[in-house]
Design a binder for this molecule. Structure first.
Ligand code: ZN
Length: 419
């Protein structure tokens, strides 16, 4: 039988269309989710930079993704409280992380440690479901918990003295040796490393800039750079859920907000320069988004600088934080250019679970950020619920004292969080 080439071609086309519709790969859950946490990121601070074209990757996120404001807790709470609520979708009184510094039964002031968290974090849930996770630098994650994959605790930033040896900085423990080469400390950071952020080539003394201010920027940059490097290293290890946290915007805000009003001062735009650096970091993660990947980014609060109390005194520390931070999704299932309304920091964990096709627990306090997704995706992936993920015994302990506690307290004092 002779085949009409035109008919054959039409048949091939038809089969192709049927195959695409039948698989509906467009509406399948992402096989990978990347989460980028950016402490204190704020659209209002970014606005002039976005308009000047200085944040091309945040602009890409706005155009190609779904973005909006995210509401933090009011009254304002400290960042460890917030990041734990982001990871759990539980209120502070449920998850048990109350701030930076806990007090032990004997009345000692010790930083909160991860073993005091009373509920499961997203990385516990995903690990149990068989997803391979990599968690980098998330607040209150030391000692590193057992996960299916890798966890790099936030304490790796403090172990800068070679004589301090701390166990369980990573999961598995053996990972520490592997990632040690990616660690940058304040002492490792060169002037060149921070040249795009800090005015390294001016006479600091003449400009009235204290030497510690440069060291402080080096410390902030070194921590974020360390996490950035480790996240990319772990990303190549067949990870389903990669989460990385960056603190720099918050620390820069606390230390340098005052200079924003000082016209012509060399430090006037230093926070903006840090945003530009973080924009590049975000861009590297946006570049990893392929047709099966979803990227989610958010901050835990915004930042508006000091406020005046009723008696005229200046409110610092947590009072420099603003009610609304940022949230953005891009990639698989996301409706490009869409706007997210009414987001809360409690919504991140339910949204991650939903996107992976997993049930959301009824005892979680957040909701799914449905605004962000295509209608087809929402139709093909109805929301599933379970009562709770809090099954089994979670061993909860007292905060653990470590040799880095003094370093942590010193940094918190610099930031104005503790006296
Ligand atoms: Zn924060």
């Amino acid at each position: 039988m002779k085949v009409n080439p035109w008919k054959a071609a039409i048949l091939v086309c038809l089969l192709g269309v049927i195959a695409i519709l039948g698989c509906s790969s467009e509406t399948k859950p992402p096989t990978k989710i990347i989460f980028v946490g950016i402490d204190a990121a704020d659209w209002d601070v970014m606005k002039p930079l976005l308009e000047a074209g200085k944040l091309p990757n945040f602009t890409r996120l706005i155009k190609q993704g779904a973005t909006g404001r995210i509401e933090t807790f009011i009254p304002l709470r400290k960042s460890p409280v917030l990041w734990t609520s982001i990871a759990t979708s539980k209120m502070p009184d449920e998850h048990g992380i109350g701030g930076y510094i806990a007090s032990t039964p004997s009345g000692e002031a010790v930083p909160y440690t991860g073993n005091t968290r009373r509920v499961k974090a997203i990385w516990n849930i995903l690990s149990e479901k068989g997803y391979k996770v990599a968690i980098v630098g998330w607040m209150v994650t030391w000692p590193a918990e057992e996960v299916n994959g890798y966890l790099v605790s936030d304490y790796i930033q403090y172990e800068t003295d070679k004589h301090i040896k701390l166990d369980r900085q990573t999961c598995p423990d053996s990972l520490f040796k592997d990632i040690d080469r990616f660690r940058v400390t304040q002492n490792d950071a060169t002037d060149e490393d921070i040249a795009n952020i800090f005015p390294v080539d001016i006479d600091l003394e003449k400009a009235g800039i204290a030497p510690w201010q440069k060291d402080y920027v080096k410390m902030i940059w070194a921590t974020d750079e360390t996490y950035r490097r480790i996240a990319h290293y772990l990303n190549d290890k067949g990870i389903d859920f990669l989460a990385v946290y960056f603190n720099g915007i918050d620390s820069m805000g606390h230390a340098f907000w005052d200079y924003r009003d000082k016209e012509g001062h060399p430090l006037q735009h230093i926070i903006d320069y840090y945003y530009v650096w973080i924009d590049g970091v975000l861009g590297e993660f946006l570049d990893l988004v392929d047709e099966n990947t979803l990227l989610i980014t958010c901050s835990d609060h915004g930042f508006h600088g000091p406020r005046h109390a009723a008696d005229g005194s200046l409110l610092l520390g947590v009072y420099m934080h603003a009610r609304y931070g940022i949230v953005g999704l891009m990639g698989k299932g996301v409706k490009p250019g869409s706007h997210i309304v009414g987001a809360s920091i409690l919504d991140i964990t339910p949204t991650i679970l939903y996107a992976f096709g997993l049930p959301v627990a009824k005892d979680m306090k957040g909701k799914i950020l449905t605004d962000a997704f295509e209608q087809d995706f929402l139709r093909a992936n109805p929301v599933k619920f379970i009562e709770t993920y809090e099954t089994g015994e979670r061993v909860v302990g007292e905060p653990i004292k470590t040799p880095v506690d003094e370093k942590i307290k010193k940094r918190l004092k610099t930031l104005g969080y503790i006296q």
